[in-house]
Write a protein that binds this ligand. Structure first.
Ligand code: HEM
Length: 215
């Protein structure tokens, strides 16, 4: 058993979500994605749902940028809403079927983010952790896989994963972990942030399963 008391806050987050991470990597549409078998329309559906999540998360983070607890993880250079919009434009074909509704897991995720924005802003840290450190980690492998699966050349269509070269990606991940250390030192209820991160992984798993079922 891991002795959580001796871990730093970013280490605690990682240890607490490790099992959920293993599950989410193997869930629903992630399986097709990792195998390099995702089709463009299914990938567009994934991006549309992720876009809704970032479009709720990022303005909420900005609204709490002056907070001692949330402030450290508000790093607009990580924000993905605009990159996702560009990928959606690049990958969309005029002849595509109508986009369809967002998946129920996305609607619930967005509702949760609005709730945290209004009532428990400190817990937004958990969602910044799950999304941005994920994008800076496994996201970097997915970039190559998606590019190959969809026959994309250059950055167009995979801007979502593009934070710059590998030195910049490492530097951003380092800064994000340092920001999490600050959060850990200041948070009123660090345990609640860890629990929210675990449930954020579960929400992603639900979304990926719903996307696979719809494809
Ligand atoms: C199928 C896809 C995925 C692959 C291949 C993958 C792979 C990885 C890898 C290799 C790392 C680095 C582990 C390390 O540094 O020790 C990582 C970290 C991470 N991933 Fe993923 N991942 C995937 C999906 C996801 C998803 C869907 C999420 C979020 C819901 C996510 C969230 C994270 C987070 C938060 C970290 C940072 C862990 C930490 O160091 O605290 N990953 N991932």
């Amino acid at each position: 058993m891991i002795e959580t008391q001796t871990l730093s806050f970013p280490q605690r987050l990682k240890a607490a979500t490790a099992e959920e991470h293993r599950r989410v990597e193997r869930s629903g549409v992630m399986v097709t994605l990792l195998r390099g078998r995702i089709e463009r329309v299914a990938y567009l559906a994934l991006l549309r749902n992720l876009h809704a999540i970032y479009a709720a998360l990022e303005p909420a983070l900005l609204r709490h940028a002056a907070s001692a607890v949330v402030g450290p993880v508000v790093m607009p250079e990580l924000f993905r809403t605009e990159a996702l919009e560009r990928d959606l434009q690049t990958l969309h074909h005029d002849a595509d079927p109508p986009a369809g509704a967002l998946r129920p897991a996305t609607a619930a995720y967005v509702a949760r983010l609005h709730e945290l924005d209004a009532k428990r802003p400190e817990l937004l840290v958990a969602h910044a952790y799950v999304r941005y450190l994920g994008d800076l980690s496994g996201g970097q492998q997915l970039r190559r896989i998606v590019g190959q699966a969809l026959g994309l050349a250059g950055a167009a269509g995979t801007r979502f994963y593009d934070f710059g070269d590998s030195a910049r990606v490492s530097a951003l991940a380092l800064r994000f972990r340092a920001a999490l250390e600050e959060v850990g030192a200041r948070a009123h209820d660090a345990d609640a942030i860890v629990a929210e991160a675990e449930s954020a992984f579960g929400r992603h798993r639900q979304l990926f399963e719903q996307l696979a079922a719809a494809a």
